[in-house]
Design a binder for this molecule. Structure first.
Ligand code: GCB
Length: 875
């Protein structure tokens, strides 16, 4: 035979052998993310787009100016080739996350349905495949509101699509099961666990798809982190035809195990191999395992491996600026890295299970995890809703069971939120709703305890007596309060008062502060931080105080900040519309100063300093004013230098110190030394005694506001407002505009046609004269207005705000606008000219002569005039 023929012959023999012994092909997984055809809407449309998974159809419309986002159907299609050599395998399509209902079709046949957007599922498609042919895979995805699928309503965006990986998993007829709620098919447990010894038990589920009994071997090994075998086991067993077997493997005790903890996340490895009679490997699995146990005590807090540990960490949502929920895995992993670097030891994946790759990271880095399903705000009292919720919790617990990091399983968040604000239902209806929620909670609690007996069950509630009254708060082993004192409710110190009272009233209940935090926009800063101003300083104030209040209370198991990062919430109108801005870092993952404060109190690994001036650039100071700057460090003491000269010695308390910096005009370099390290920061400051347009060619004033606003578009930092002062500027009359009470001060709501919301959101009402003592010369004057009475988007999370304004109650507002003696606008009527809440800018050129300065006159014709800002530019 010629060499070429020899090769062909060998290939033929090889293929024949493969055909005769198909069992010798091992299980195989391929990711099939690329090149899907996508149709937004019904399948019949030929409006095809080629996309890659992860994909969502809402990454843009959830942030545009149009209210709402597309909630409906989308179709995904893909052709997959299956060669005959794979005919003897069992093929699964495995979906890691599809929001929120999926129907899977193979060659036109409906092969599966899945409800719920945050847990994985798979479909055995073997029956429908044509071999040596292309096969059409179609997935119909629907993110419409469905009263029987949680979440029904929540403060986050329900982006639709196939937003996590899709895999094709092909397995020999006997394999480690994929059909137990899409879990890995094995569960790791301990029959004993202590510092002294650990007894490991593994339950493995094996599926046999053959029409005959099969003889198999299972090899199980446990290796240490250095890959040294700690245990090896091999057992023979028989799998009945077309059946599943549960095989329990119990290892003898391992003495002096290395325990897993956030400080020392030591991981062993578990290896599973399923073999056929001739010892050919059919399927295998590898999994790291850490030995740890956790419990809570109502007086003493949280215990890991028998030792107390205060849980300090964050909540996380999975979306990301520009991506919606379809976020590249490496970007997501960076989050977990950042959370660890911050020094957090706990992560609450709120309000739904997140990518398992991230839980792997938590296992490896040492972060304790609270994982939960999205039963949020309210339930539907139907069997279908109960069934979907229970099924979801089964999937959740089974899929995330083996992660060492997961010590807490949750199932409800603020379940009475809607009920508490319900003024339509009758008392009887409300009672029924309460009963139904408690009933579902009991079922979910029971299920979770049964499936995960070694985990802590959790639930979170909002500030409301209903959780106590109904007894729901006593169902889980640990109850989380989501508390926003100093934001939606009362004041910052009220946190401790509330918690002490709860602990006294319910001494047997273990408590965690599961959410807290104010909104903060990095463009807003002030030396007089106030509730609801979205300033980074108020964020610092609240978090620093909360941390102390929790640390002082041993009964508190800990705290998880809301939220690690800003996240998308379509209906919201914070300082950035459609974004909830309570993050410690921004939506694009750039840290806010507060992130570094946490790092300074929580991470002692390396000396660390942060000067919280990240967004101070462009600060304008008048007279001899100093400006308070916070410096964060994990060291005890340090020295501050300004522009090369020593300013003062400092000592850090609670990780921070505030230093009044006597900035000079121009570039200022602050240098801080602490312990063995130093940090330097240069900031541009305008320091002046008068409105000297030689020193600064432009001046912006954020009228009606106490905060600075760094306007990235106009490249200027607007200064806070003040009453008129000779030689400078200010209002002669008028009041800071309030919607109904001071909680709305600076309250953001969406304003169209601008990204400079904080400039427009605060304003003076009834100001008829605003004076600026600017020198003679020619200027471009821009004035900023918005009609505040056009209704903001309703926000139920603004818990104290009852917006009783009714469109008919609206005051009329018409005024003329003058710059000195020149009328630049007659009969200015925003409601008439701009039916929506519009950010309006009016500019004119003005010549100031005879040292008269500039007076902005707003002459009322009907109602009270309003004004939000002014920008003066020397020409
Ligand atoms: C809460 C909710 C959370 C919201 C948060 C807020 O209590 O649990 O989903 O995003 O408040 O920012 O209002």
């Amino acid at each position: 035979m010629k060499p070429n023929n020899t090769f062909k012959f060998r290939l033929a023999v090889f293929l024949l052998i493969l055909g005769l012994f198909p069992g010798k092909i091992k299980a195989q997984t391929i990711t099939i993310n690329s090149g899907w055809q996508f149709i937004l809407g019904e399948r019949t449309s030929n409006n095809l787009e080629t996309i890659n998974i992860p994909h969502t159809w809402n990454k843009e419309d959830a942030f545009d100016e149009v209210k709402g986002y597309y909630r409906g159907v989308g179709w995904y299609k893909k052709q997959l080739y299956f060669s005959k050599s794979k005919e003897n395998l069992i093929h699964y399509l495995y979906f890691k996350g599809v929001n929120q209902e999926a129907d899977v079709y193979v060659n036109g046949n409906h092969v599966g349905n899945h409800k719920g957007g945050y847990t994985a599922f798979n479909v055995n498609i073997s029956k429908w495949i044509h071999y040596d042919a292309y096969n059409l895979i179609e997935v119909k995805v629907d993110n419409s509101h469905n009263p029987n699928i949680p979440p029904l309503d929540a403060d986050f965006t329900f982006y639709g699509g196939i937003y996590r990986d899709v895999q094709l998993i092909s397995k020999p007829k006997q394999h480690i099961s994929l059909s137990d709620f899409a879990s890995d098919g094995y569960y790791i447990d301990y029959y004993t666990i202590s510092e002294e010894k650990v007894g490991i038990e593994v339950k493995v589920l094996i599926d046999n798809f053959e029409n005959k009994l099969s003889n198999n071997h299972l090899k199980v090994a446990i290796l240490d982190a250095e890959n040294k075998a700690v245990f090896n086991k091999s057992l023979k067993f028989k799998s009945s035809a077309n059946a599943s077997e549960a095989i329990n493997i119990k290892f003898s005790e391992l003495y002096h195990p290395k325990l897993w903890s956030p400080n020392s996340p030591y991981l062993y490895k578990l290896q599973l191999q399923l073999l056929d009679e001739e010892q050919h490997v059919l399927d295998e699995k590898r999994q790291h395992i850490g030995f740890r146990w956790a419990h809570v005590d109502a007086d003493k807090g949280f215990f890991l491996n028998g030792k107390p540990i205060k849980l300090i960490g964050v909540n996380r949502h999975q979306d990301y600026k520009g991506y919606g929920n379809a976020v590249p895995m490496e970007l997501q992993k960076k989050d977990i890295q950042l959370i660890k670097e911050m020094g957090a030891n706990v992560l609450r994946n709120a309000h739904y299970p997140q990518s398992r790759e991230l839980y792997d990271m938590c296992d490896k880095l040492g972060i304790l995890v609270w994982s939960e399903i999205p039963v949020v705000n309210k339930i539907t009292d139907t069997k279908a809703f109960f069934d979907v919720s229970l099924n979801m919790q089964k999937e959740h617990v089974k899929q995330y069971y083996n992660h060492t990091s997961v010590v807490m399983f949750g199932y409800m968040n603020e379940i009475f939120l809607r009920l508490a604000f319900d003024n339509k239902s009758t008392e009887v209806e409300k009672e029924n709703q309460k009963k139904a929620a408690v009933d579902l909670a009991k079922q979910l609690e029971g299920l979770t305890r049964k499936l995960a007996p070694n985990h802590i069950t959790v639930m979170a509630g909002h500030l409301n007596e209903l959780y106590n009254e109904t007894g729901i708060a006593d169902l889980p082993m640990l109850f989380g309060w989501n508390l926003y004192f100093g934001w939606y409710d009362k004041d910052i110190p009220d946190l401790g008062v509330f918690l002490d009272d709860q602990h006294k009233r319910y001494p047997n209940r273990s408590l965690l502060l599961s959410e807290y935090g104010p909104g903060a926009d990095v463009r807003i800063f002030t030396n007089t931080p106030k509730k609801f101003d979205f300033s980074t300083e108020y964020q610092a104030k609240l978090h620093q105080s909360y941390y102390q209040q929790i640390m002082e209370r041993p009964y508190m198991t800990g705290m998880t900040a809301w939220n690690f990062a800003d996240f998308g919430s379509e209906f919201r109108g914070d300082a950035i519309p459609h974004v909830n801005q309570k993050g410690l870092i921004q939506f694009n993952r750039e840290p806010k100063d507060i992130y570094y404060w946490y790092k300074s109190v929580l991470n002692n690994k390396e000396p660390f300093i942060h000067i919280a001036t990240t967004y101070l650039d462009g600060l304008t100071l008048f007279d001899n004013d100093t400006y308070p700057v916070q410096i964060y460090s994990n060291q005890n003491t340090g020295v501050v230098f300004l522009n090369g000269g020593k300013l003062q010695d400092i000592s850090f308390k609670n990780g921070a110190v505030t230093v009044d910096i006597p900035f000079v005009n121009g570039a200022n370099t602050i240098k801080v030394t602490a312990g063995p390290i130093f940090k330097e920061k240069t900031t541009d400051v305008i320091k002046t005694k008068t409105l000297d347009f030689e020193m600064f060619p432009r001046l912006g004033i954020n009228i009606g506001s106490h905060f600075y606003f760094a306007d990235k578009e106009r490249q200027i930092t607007f200064v806070p407002d003040q009453p008129y002062e000779k030689g400078k500027f200010g209002y002669m009359d008028g009041f800071v505009f309030n919607l109904s009470d001071d909680k709305h001060q600076g309250v953001p709501y969406s304003i169209k046609n601008t990204v400079s919301e904080p400039l427009f959101q605060t304003m003076l009402e009834g100001c008829t004269n605003y004076k600026l003592d600017i020198p003679n010369g020619e200027y471009k004057i821009s004035l900023f207005f918005v009609e505040p009475q056009i209704k903001p988007i309703d926000n139920i999370y603004n818990l104290n705000a009852v917006d009783e304004t009714n469109d008919n109650d609206k005051e009329q507002r018409i005024f003329d606008i003058y710059l000195n003696d020149t009328c630049i606008e007659n009969q200015f009527n925003m409601a008439e000219q701009y039916p929506e809440k519009y950010g309006i800018e009016k500019s004119a050129i003005v010549r100031v002569e005879n040292n008269q300065g500039l007076t902005i006159s707003l002459k009322p014709i009907v109602g009270k005039p309003v004004i939000s800002g002014v920008l003066i530019e020397k020409i």
